[in-house]
Write a protein that binds this ligand. Structure first.
Ligand code: GLU
Length: 473
Protein backbone atom coordinates (compact mmCIF):
# COMPACT_ATOMS: atom_id res chain seq x y z
CA UNK A 1 0.00 0.00 0.00
CA UNK A 2 1.37 3.39 -0.86
CA UNK A 3 2.01 5.86 1.94
CA UNK A 4 -0.48 8.64 2.45
CA UNK A 5 0.56 12.00 1.04
CA UNK A 6 2.54 14.41 3.20
CA UNK A 7 3.42 17.78 1.70
CA UNK A 8 5.12 20.71 3.34
CA UNK A 9 5.38 24.43 3.08
CA UNK A 10 8.79 25.56 4.23
CA UNK A 11 9.28 29.32 4.15
CA UNK A 12 12.41 31.10 5.30
CA UNK A 13 11.34 33.77 7.78
CA UNK A 14 13.41 36.54 6.26
CA UNK A 15 10.51 38.64 5.01
CA UNK A 16 6.79 38.50 4.42
CA UNK A 17 4.64 35.83 2.81
CA UNK A 18 4.60 37.01 -0.77
CA UNK A 19 2.29 36.06 -3.56
CA UNK A 20 4.58 33.33 -4.95
CA UNK A 21 5.01 31.74 -1.53
CA UNK A 22 1.26 31.86 -0.98
CA UNK A 23 0.67 30.04 -4.25
CA UNK A 24 3.23 27.38 -3.28
CA UNK A 25 1.47 26.98 0.06
CA UNK A 26 -1.90 26.75 -1.70
CA UNK A 27 -0.71 24.02 -4.07
CA UNK A 28 0.74 22.01 -1.18
CA UNK A 29 -2.41 22.48 0.83
CA UNK A 30 -4.70 21.55 -2.05
CA UNK A 31 -2.76 18.47 -2.96
CA UNK A 32 -2.80 17.30 0.66
CA UNK A 33 -6.56 17.90 0.85
CA UNK A 34 -7.16 16.29 -2.54
CA UNK A 35 -5.44 13.10 -1.48
CA UNK A 36 -6.68 13.06 2.11
CA UNK A 37 -3.10 13.61 3.28
CA UNK A 38 -1.41 16.29 5.36
CA UNK A 39 0.42 19.56 4.81
CA UNK A 40 3.12 20.28 7.35
CA UNK A 41 4.73 23.64 8.01
CA UNK A 42 8.45 24.02 8.53
CA UNK A 43 10.05 27.35 9.30
CA UNK A 44 13.53 27.39 7.77
CA UNK A 45 15.15 29.60 10.35
CA UNK A 46 18.69 28.28 10.53
CA UNK A 47 20.01 31.60 9.23
CA UNK A 48 20.03 33.45 12.54
CA UNK A 49 21.15 36.72 11.04
CA UNK A 50 18.30 37.03 8.59
CA UNK A 51 15.44 35.19 10.30
CA UNK A 52 13.11 37.19 12.52
CA UNK A 53 10.22 36.40 14.85
CA UNK A 54 8.24 39.16 13.21
CA UNK A 55 8.57 37.47 9.85
CA UNK A 56 7.43 34.12 11.29
CA UNK A 57 4.40 35.90 12.68
CA UNK A 58 3.61 37.63 9.36
CA UNK A 59 3.91 34.38 7.41
CA UNK A 60 1.65 32.43 9.78
CA UNK A 61 -0.83 35.30 9.84
CA UNK A 62 -0.90 35.37 6.02
CA UNK A 63 -1.50 31.61 5.81
CA UNK A 64 -4.30 31.74 8.34
CA UNK A 65 -5.95 34.66 6.57
CA UNK A 66 -5.84 32.72 3.31
CA UNK A 67 -7.39 29.73 5.07
CA UNK A 68 -4.37 27.50 4.47
CA UNK A 69 -3.92 25.93 7.84
CA UNK A 70 -1.25 23.33 8.29
CA UNK A 71 -1.43 20.04 10.16
CA UNK A 72 0.25 19.73 13.54
CA UNK A 73 2.70 22.23 14.99
CA UNK A 74 4.93 24.41 12.86
CA UNK A 75 8.42 22.93 12.98
CA UNK A 76 11.42 25.15 13.55
CA UNK A 77 14.44 24.01 11.60
CA UNK A 78 16.70 25.71 14.11
CA UNK A 79 15.62 23.27 16.80
CA UNK A 80 16.82 20.38 14.68
CA UNK A 81 20.41 21.43 14.14
CA UNK A 82 21.79 18.67 16.34
CA UNK A 83 20.14 16.12 14.08
CA UNK A 84 21.52 17.82 10.95
CA UNK A 85 25.03 17.64 12.38
CA UNK A 86 24.53 14.01 13.29
CA UNK A 87 23.70 13.14 9.69
CA UNK A 88 26.64 15.13 8.34
CA UNK A 89 28.94 13.16 10.62
CA UNK A 90 27.27 9.90 9.68
CA UNK A 91 27.97 10.70 6.04
CA UNK A 92 31.64 11.16 6.92
CA UNK A 93 31.63 7.79 8.68
CA UNK A 94 30.00 6.22 5.64
CA UNK A 95 32.76 7.66 3.47
CA UNK A 96 30.23 9.78 1.58
CA UNK A 97 31.43 13.11 2.94
CA UNK A 98 34.68 14.49 4.32
CA UNK A 99 36.24 17.19 6.44
CA UNK A 100 37.72 20.00 4.45
CA UNK A 101 40.29 22.40 5.90
CA UNK A 102 40.76 24.66 2.91
CA UNK A 103 41.32 28.23 4.10
CA UNK A 104 39.42 31.17 2.73
CA UNK A 105 42.60 32.24 0.98
CA UNK A 106 42.78 28.89 -0.83
CA UNK A 107 39.12 29.12 -1.78
CA UNK A 108 39.62 32.61 -3.17
CA UNK A 109 42.55 31.33 -5.25
CA UNK A 110 40.42 28.47 -6.55
CA UNK A 111 37.72 30.91 -7.63
CA UNK A 112 40.26 33.19 -9.25
CA UNK A 113 41.84 30.31 -11.17
CA UNK A 114 38.46 29.10 -12.39
CA UNK A 115 37.56 32.58 -13.55
CA UNK A 116 40.88 32.86 -15.37
CA UNK A 117 40.22 29.55 -17.13
CA UNK A 118 36.68 30.52 -17.95
CA UNK A 119 35.11 27.83 -15.75
CA UNK A 120 32.38 28.33 -13.18
CA UNK A 121 33.89 28.65 -9.68
CA UNK A 122 33.90 25.19 -8.15
CA UNK A 123 35.67 23.66 -5.18
CA UNK A 124 38.42 21.44 -6.56
CA UNK A 125 38.04 18.54 -4.11
CA UNK A 126 41.51 18.94 -2.58
CA UNK A 127 40.51 17.35 0.77
CA UNK A 128 38.35 14.66 -0.77
CA UNK A 129 40.89 11.88 -0.63
CA UNK A 130 43.35 13.16 1.92
CA UNK A 131 43.90 11.25 5.10
CA UNK A 132 42.53 12.83 8.31
CA UNK A 133 46.01 12.62 9.81
CA UNK A 134 47.02 15.41 7.49
CA UNK A 135 44.45 17.70 9.12
CA UNK A 136 46.02 20.93 10.34
CA UNK A 137 45.49 21.66 14.02
CA UNK A 138 43.45 24.59 15.24
CA UNK A 139 41.41 24.98 12.06
CA UNK A 140 37.75 24.05 12.39
CA UNK A 141 36.80 22.13 9.26
CA UNK A 142 33.63 22.16 7.19
CA UNK A 143 32.02 18.94 5.96
CA UNK A 144 31.62 18.51 2.22
CA UNK A 145 29.60 15.87 0.42
CA UNK A 146 31.37 13.66 -2.11
CA UNK A 147 29.48 14.47 -5.27
CA UNK A 148 29.85 12.02 -8.13
CA UNK A 149 32.69 13.20 -10.35
CA UNK A 150 31.38 12.00 -13.66
CA UNK A 151 28.07 11.46 -15.33
CA UNK A 152 24.86 13.24 -14.46
CA UNK A 153 22.51 13.71 -11.58
CA UNK A 154 18.93 13.41 -12.68
CA UNK A 155 15.91 14.99 -11.10
CA UNK A 156 12.67 13.22 -11.98
CA UNK A 157 10.24 16.02 -11.73
CA UNK A 158 6.49 15.72 -12.12
CA UNK A 159 6.20 19.07 -13.87
CA UNK A 160 9.56 19.58 -15.53
CA UNK A 161 10.13 15.96 -16.56
CA UNK A 162 13.59 14.41 -16.39
CA UNK A 163 16.09 17.17 -15.73
CA UNK A 164 19.75 16.28 -16.09
CA UNK A 165 22.63 18.07 -14.40
CA UNK A 166 26.25 17.26 -15.33
CA UNK A 167 27.98 16.29 -12.09
CA UNK A 168 31.02 18.34 -12.95
CA UNK A 169 28.86 21.40 -12.30
CA UNK A 170 27.71 20.29 -8.88
CA UNK A 171 31.07 20.02 -6.99
CA UNK A 172 31.60 18.87 -3.40
CA UNK A 173 29.35 21.40 -1.73
CA UNK A 174 29.38 22.14 1.99
CA UNK A 175 26.77 20.41 4.14
CA UNK A 176 28.03 21.46 7.58
CA UNK A 177 29.73 24.77 8.24
CA UNK A 178 32.77 25.12 10.47
CA UNK A 179 30.54 26.37 13.30
CA UNK A 180 28.58 23.10 13.05
CA UNK A 181 25.51 24.72 11.56
CA UNK A 182 23.95 22.93 8.59
CA UNK A 183 23.65 24.45 5.17
CA UNK A 184 20.20 24.75 3.64
CA UNK A 185 20.99 21.82 1.37
CA UNK A 186 21.56 19.39 4.25
CA UNK A 187 18.85 20.70 6.59
CA UNK A 188 16.14 20.47 3.96
CA UNK A 189 16.96 16.87 3.06
CA UNK A 190 17.24 15.67 6.66
CA UNK A 191 13.99 17.38 7.61
CA UNK A 192 12.03 16.24 4.57
CA UNK A 193 13.20 12.71 5.29
CA UNK A 194 12.42 12.81 9.02
CA UNK A 195 9.06 14.47 8.42
CA UNK A 196 8.26 11.70 5.95
CA UNK A 197 7.46 14.14 3.20
CA UNK A 198 6.18 12.33 0.14
CA UNK A 199 5.86 15.30 -2.24
CA UNK A 200 8.05 18.37 -2.46
CA UNK A 201 6.03 21.07 -4.20
CA UNK A 202 7.96 24.35 -4.56
CA UNK A 203 9.09 27.01 -7.02
CA UNK A 204 11.28 25.92 -9.92
CA UNK A 205 14.04 28.24 -8.72
CA UNK A 206 14.87 25.26 -6.48
CA UNK A 207 15.42 22.84 -9.33
CA UNK A 208 19.25 22.95 -9.18
CA UNK A 209 18.99 22.51 -5.42
CA UNK A 210 16.96 19.39 -6.12
CA UNK A 211 19.93 17.95 -8.01
CA UNK A 212 22.25 18.64 -5.08
CA UNK A 213 19.70 17.29 -2.63
CA UNK A 214 19.44 14.12 -4.72
CA UNK A 215 23.14 13.53 -4.06
CA UNK A 216 22.54 13.67 -0.30
CA UNK A 217 19.51 11.36 -0.52
CA UNK A 218 21.53 8.85 -2.51
CA UNK A 219 24.47 9.07 -0.13
CA UNK A 220 22.18 8.26 2.80
CA UNK A 221 20.31 5.61 0.82
CA UNK A 222 17.04 7.43 1.49
CA UNK A 223 14.00 7.47 -0.81
CA UNK A 224 13.70 10.69 -2.73
CA UNK A 225 10.29 12.35 -2.34
CA UNK A 226 8.32 13.06 -5.48
CA UNK A 227 9.56 16.36 -6.87
CA UNK A 228 7.12 18.95 -8.17
CA UNK A 229 8.79 22.18 -9.25
CA UNK A 230 6.22 24.75 -10.26
CA UNK A 231 7.02 27.54 -12.71
CA UNK A 232 7.47 30.93 -11.12
CA UNK A 233 5.00 33.74 -11.42
CA UNK A 234 5.96 36.47 -13.84
CA UNK A 235 4.57 39.93 -14.45
CA UNK A 236 2.09 40.55 -17.28
CA UNK A 237 5.04 41.59 -19.47
CA UNK A 238 6.77 38.24 -18.92
CA UNK A 239 9.51 39.72 -16.73
CA UNK A 240 10.28 38.50 -13.23
CA UNK A 241 7.56 39.57 -10.81
CA UNK A 242 8.43 42.94 -9.31
CA UNK A 243 6.67 45.05 -6.70
CA UNK A 244 5.01 47.03 -9.43
CA UNK A 245 3.61 43.80 -10.87
CA UNK A 246 2.25 42.57 -7.58
CA UNK A 247 5.16 40.95 -5.72
CA UNK A 248 3.69 42.14 -2.48
CA UNK A 249 2.88 40.63 0.87
CA UNK A 250 -0.38 38.80 1.43
CA UNK A 251 -1.23 41.47 4.00
CA UNK A 252 -0.90 44.08 1.25
CA UNK A 253 -3.53 42.22 -0.77
CA UNK A 254 -5.78 42.08 2.25
CA UNK A 255 -5.37 45.84 2.71
CA UNK A 256 -6.12 46.46 -0.97
CA UNK A 257 -9.51 44.94 -0.25
CA UNK A 258 -9.27 41.46 -1.71
CA UNK A 259 -11.24 38.66 -0.12
CA UNK A 260 -9.19 35.62 0.87
CA UNK A 261 -11.54 33.38 -1.08
CA UNK A 262 -11.02 35.48 -4.23
CA UNK A 263 -7.26 35.57 -3.85
CA UNK A 264 -7.20 31.81 -3.40
CA UNK A 265 -9.28 31.36 -6.52
CA UNK A 266 -7.00 33.70 -8.44
CA UNK A 267 -3.84 32.01 -7.18
CA UNK A 268 -4.94 28.49 -8.02
CA UNK A 269 -5.31 29.55 -11.64
CA UNK A 270 -1.71 30.80 -11.70
CA UNK A 271 -0.02 27.71 -13.00
CA UNK A 272 -2.88 25.23 -12.73
CA UNK A 273 -6.06 24.97 -14.70
CA UNK A 274 -9.19 22.93 -15.02
CA UNK A 275 -10.49 23.53 -18.51
CA UNK A 276 -11.68 27.10 -18.82
CA UNK A 277 -13.16 27.27 -15.35
CA UNK A 278 -12.48 30.65 -13.77
CA UNK A 279 -14.57 30.72 -10.64
CA UNK A 280 -13.89 27.56 -8.72
CA UNK A 281 -15.33 26.83 -5.31
CA UNK A 282 -13.04 25.56 -2.58
CA UNK A 283 -14.74 22.20 -2.70
CA UNK A 284 -14.21 21.88 -6.46
CA UNK A 285 -10.64 23.06 -6.14
CA UNK A 286 -9.92 20.28 -3.69
CA UNK A 287 -11.74 17.76 -5.83
CA UNK A 288 -10.00 18.73 -9.06
CA UNK A 289 -6.51 19.74 -7.99
CA UNK A 290 -3.93 17.34 -9.33
CA UNK A 291 -0.25 17.63 -10.09
CA UNK A 292 -0.64 16.46 -13.67
CA UNK A 293 -2.59 19.62 -14.45
CA UNK A 294 0.13 22.00 -13.30
CA UNK A 295 1.30 24.01 -16.28
CA UNK A 296 4.87 23.92 -17.44
CA UNK A 297 5.07 27.52 -18.57
CA UNK A 298 5.46 30.52 -16.26
CA UNK A 299 2.23 32.01 -15.01
CA UNK A 300 1.53 35.70 -15.51
CA UNK A 301 0.18 37.87 -12.76
CA UNK A 302 -2.61 40.16 -13.82
CA UNK A 303 -4.22 42.63 -11.41
CA UNK A 304 -7.19 43.16 -13.74
CA UNK A 305 -8.10 39.50 -13.58
CA UNK A 306 -7.70 39.42 -9.83
CA UNK A 307 -10.02 42.44 -9.56
CA UNK A 308 -12.60 40.83 -11.82
CA UNK A 309 -12.59 37.66 -9.70
CA UNK A 310 -12.73 39.71 -6.51
CA UNK A 311 -15.75 41.66 -7.67
CA UNK A 312 -17.56 38.45 -8.51
CA UNK A 313 -16.86 37.07 -5.05
CA UNK A 314 -17.92 40.34 -3.43
CA UNK A 315 -21.28 40.18 -5.19
CA UNK A 316 -21.78 36.58 -4.20
CA UNK A 317 -20.63 36.98 -0.60
CA UNK A 318 -22.78 37.17 2.45
CA UNK A 319 -23.23 40.75 3.70
CA UNK A 320 -22.00 39.76 7.15
CA UNK A 321 -18.77 38.37 5.72
CA UNK A 322 -18.18 41.54 3.73
CA UNK A 323 -18.88 43.65 6.78
CA UNK A 324 -16.45 41.67 8.87
CA UNK A 325 -13.65 41.69 6.28
CA UNK A 326 -14.13 45.37 5.46
CA UNK A 327 -14.11 46.46 9.10
CA UNK A 328 -10.97 44.41 9.67
CA UNK A 329 -8.96 46.42 7.14
CA UNK A 330 -10.29 49.86 8.13
CA UNK A 331 -7.41 50.73 10.48
CA UNK A 332 -4.91 49.91 7.70
CA UNK A 333 -6.32 52.02 4.91
CA UNK A 334 -6.57 55.68 4.00
CA UNK A 335 -10.28 56.14 4.66
CA UNK A 336 -9.88 54.49 8.07
CA UNK A 337 -7.58 57.33 9.10
CA UNK A 338 -10.31 59.88 8.48
CA UNK A 339 -13.06 58.28 10.52
CA UNK A 340 -13.48 57.18 14.08
CA UNK A 341 -12.60 53.50 14.45
CA UNK A 342 -13.74 51.10 15.70
CA UNK A 343 -17.04 51.98 14.08
CA UNK A 344 -19.82 52.72 16.52
CA UNK A 345 -22.93 50.59 16.54
CA UNK A 346 -24.97 53.01 14.47
CA UNK A 347 -22.34 53.27 11.74
CA UNK A 348 -21.97 49.50 11.69
CA UNK A 349 -25.70 49.06 11.23
CA UNK A 350 -25.90 51.71 8.51
CA UNK A 351 -22.92 50.23 6.72
CA UNK A 352 -24.49 46.78 6.85
CA UNK A 353 -27.70 48.24 5.41
CA UNK A 354 -25.77 49.80 2.53
CA UNK A 355 -23.83 46.67 1.60
CA UNK A 356 -26.48 45.01 -0.62
CA UNK A 357 -26.53 48.07 -2.86
CA UNK A 358 -22.80 48.83 -2.63
CA UNK A 359 -21.53 45.34 -3.36
CA UNK A 360 -23.01 45.35 -6.82
CA UNK A 361 -20.76 48.19 -7.91
CA UNK A 362 -17.36 47.64 -6.35
CA UNK A 363 -14.29 45.60 -7.16
CA UNK A 364 -12.65 45.67 -3.74
CA UNK A 365 -13.52 46.09 -0.08
CA UNK A 366 -11.67 49.41 -0.14
CA UNK A 367 -14.12 50.61 -2.77
CA UNK A 368 -16.95 49.23 -0.65
CA UNK A 369 -15.77 51.34 2.29
CA UNK A 370 -15.21 54.38 0.12
CA UNK A 371 -18.71 54.02 -1.27
CA UNK A 372 -19.96 54.06 2.31
CA UNK A 373 -17.95 57.06 3.47
CA UNK A 374 -21.06 59.25 3.46
CA UNK A 375 -22.28 57.14 6.36
CA UNK A 376 -19.20 57.75 8.45
CA UNK A 377 -19.07 61.49 7.76
CA UNK A 378 -19.99 63.92 10.50
CA UNK A 379 -22.09 67.06 10.04
CA UNK A 380 -21.39 69.56 8.75
CA UNK A 381 -20.23 67.53 5.77
CA UNK A 382 -17.31 68.50 3.59
CA UNK A 383 -18.14 68.80 -0.09
CA UNK A 384 -16.18 68.08 -3.22
CA UNK A 385 -16.07 70.64 -6.00
CA UNK A 386 -18.79 69.07 -8.09
CA UNK A 387 -21.11 68.83 -5.12
CA UNK A 388 -20.50 72.50 -4.34
CA UNK A 389 -21.43 73.39 -7.92
CA UNK A 390 -24.62 71.33 -7.71
CA UNK A 391 -25.62 73.02 -4.47
CA UNK A 392 -25.98 76.42 -6.10
CA UNK A 393 -29.02 78.64 -5.75
CA UNK A 394 -31.13 76.42 -7.96
CA UNK A 395 -30.04 73.26 -6.17
CA UNK A 396 -30.81 74.74 -2.78
CA UNK A 397 -34.18 75.91 -4.00
CA UNK A 398 -35.06 72.34 -4.92
CA UNK A 399 -33.88 71.17 -1.51
CA UNK A 400 -36.02 73.80 0.17
CA UNK A 401 -39.07 72.56 -1.70
CA UNK A 402 -38.42 68.85 -1.24
CA UNK A 403 -37.65 69.11 2.46
CA UNK A 404 -41.26 69.55 3.66
CA UNK A 405 -42.35 66.65 1.45
CA UNK A 406 -39.73 64.42 2.99
CA UNK A 407 -40.60 65.63 6.46
CA UNK A 408 -44.10 64.42 5.75
CA UNK A 409 -42.81 60.82 5.46
CA UNK A 410 -43.14 59.33 8.92
CA UNK A 411 -42.11 55.79 8.07
CA UNK A 412 -39.13 56.61 5.85
CA UNK A 413 -39.56 53.50 3.74
CA UNK A 414 -38.29 53.37 0.21
CA UNK A 415 -41.85 53.30 -1.19
CA UNK A 416 -42.94 56.27 0.86
CA UNK A 417 -39.89 58.32 -0.12
CA UNK A 418 -40.21 57.30 -3.73
CA UNK A 419 -43.86 58.42 -3.81
CA UNK A 420 -42.99 61.75 -2.23
CA UNK A 421 -40.18 62.58 -4.60
CA UNK A 422 -42.06 61.43 -7.65
CA UNK A 423 -45.06 63.52 -6.67
CA UNK A 424 -42.77 66.53 -6.39
CA UNK A 425 -41.07 65.83 -9.75
CA UNK A 426 -44.48 65.49 -11.40
CA UNK A 427 -45.73 68.74 -9.92
CA UNK A 428 -42.61 70.54 -11.05
CA UNK A 429 -42.45 68.74 -14.38
CA UNK A 430 -38.80 68.02 -13.71
CA UNK A 431 -36.92 64.80 -14.13
CA UNK A 432 -36.12 62.64 -11.12
CA UNK A 433 -32.41 63.12 -11.78
CA UNK A 434 -32.67 66.88 -11.37
CA UNK A 435 -34.03 66.40 -7.88
CA UNK A 436 -31.75 63.52 -7.00
CA UNK A 437 -28.59 65.50 -7.81
CA UNK A 438 -28.87 68.22 -5.12
CA UNK A 439 -30.22 65.67 -2.66
CA UNK A 440 -27.25 63.41 -3.26
CA UNK A 441 -24.81 66.29 -2.94
CA UNK A 442 -26.38 67.46 0.32
CA UNK A 443 -26.52 63.97 1.79
CA UNK A 444 -23.09 62.69 0.75
CA UNK A 445 -20.96 65.70 -0.15
CA UNK A 446 -20.35 64.18 -3.59
CA UNK A 447 -21.86 64.07 -7.03
CA UNK A 448 -21.82 60.29 -7.44
CA UNK A 449 -22.88 57.59 -5.03
CA UNK A 450 -25.50 54.96 -4.47
CA UNK A 451 -29.06 55.49 -5.66
CA UNK A 452 -30.78 58.29 -3.79
CA UNK A 453 -33.34 56.05 -2.08
CA UNK A 454 -30.59 53.78 -0.78
CA UNK A 455 -28.84 56.80 0.69
CA UNK A 456 -31.97 58.15 2.34
CA UNK A 457 -32.95 54.83 3.89
CA UNK A 458 -29.43 53.96 5.02
CA UNK A 459 -28.92 57.34 6.69
CA UNK A 460 -32.35 57.30 8.27
CA UNK A 461 -34.87 60.06 8.70
CA UNK A 462 -33.24 62.23 11.31
CA UNK A 463 -29.75 62.33 9.78
CA UNK A 464 -31.07 62.81 6.23
CA UNK A 465 -33.33 65.71 7.17
CA UNK A 466 -30.56 67.31 9.20
CA UNK A 467 -28.07 67.10 6.30
CA UNK A 468 -30.55 68.68 3.89
CA UNK A 469 -31.43 71.31 6.43
CA UNK A 470 -27.74 72.21 6.81
CA UNK A 471 -27.82 73.48 3.21
CA UNK A 472 -30.72 75.81 3.83
CA UNK A 473 -29.42 77.81 6.73
N1 GLU B 1 12.99 27.90 2.48
C1 GLU B 1 12.97 27.91 1.06
C2 GLU B 1 12.39 29.21 0.55
O1 GLU B 1 11.75 29.92 1.31
C3 GLU B 1 12.18 26.78 0.46
C4 GLU B 1 12.91 25.53 0.52
C5 GLU B 1 12.24 24.34 -0.07
O2 GLU B 1 11.03 24.40 -0.37
O3 GLU B 1 12.90 23.35 -0.19
O4 GLU B 1 12.57 29.53 -0.60
Amino acid sequence: MSRSVVTRFSPSPTGFLHIGGARTALFNWLYAKHTGGKMLLRIEDTDRERSTEESVHTILDGLVWLGLEWDGHAISQRNRMKRHREIAEELVTLGKAYYCYASSKELAEMREKARYEGRPPRYDGRWRDRSPVEAPTGIPPVIRIKSPRNGESVVYDKVQGEVRFPNKDLDDFIILRSDNTPTYMLAVVVDDHDMEITHIIRGDDHLTNAARQTIIYNAMGWDIPIMVHIPLIHGPDGAKLSKRHGALSIQAYRDMGYLPIALRNYLVRLGWSHGDDEIISMQKMIEWFDIVDINKGAARFDFKKLEAINSQYIRASDDEILLENAIAILPEIEIGKKIATPLNEKHCRQFRDAIPALKKRVKTLVELLEGADFIFANRPLSFDEKAIAILDEKGCQILGEVLPMLKACPNWTETELNDAIRAYSKAKKSKLGQIAQPLRAALTGRSTSLGIFDILTVLGREESLARIHDQLT
